[in-house]
Design a protein around this ligand. Structure first.
Ligand SMILES: [Zn+2]
Ligand SMILES: [Zn+2]
Length: 94
């Protein structure tokens, strides 16, 4: 995948996070774009209806660093049933 902002190839995944806020599963994959200094968040949503949606967002450097720092505090970031503080306080929006 290329960065949607500068169209350069992205590096390896730097973080992943799965959450299921209302019966729909959100899986976020975070990538760092070195050439433009931003993060890219690739989100797949597994809808209750069985449909799947995908969003790719460019995230500003500071917010991305903060979010990935939060994810690192969760003992099981890819477990959508995790009940840690990060999972219970973090919304879908980020
Ligand atoms: Zn970029
Ligand atoms: Zn957790």
């Amino acid at each position: 995948m290329n960065c949607p902002r500068c169209d350069q190839p992205l590096g390896p995944r730097v973080a992943g996070f799965a959450t299921r806020p209302a019966g729909e599963e959100y899986v976020h994959c975070w990538y760092r774009c070195e050439p433009c200094g931003h993060y890219v968040r690739d989100t797949v949503v597994d809808r209750f209806s069985g449909d799947t949606d995908r969003f790719v967002d460019v995230v500003q450097d500071e917010l991305g660093t903060r979010t990935i720092g939060l994810i690192a505090q969760c003992p099981a970031p890819l477990d959508d049933k995790c009940r840690c503080l990060v999972h219970s306080t973090v919304g879908v929006g980020w």
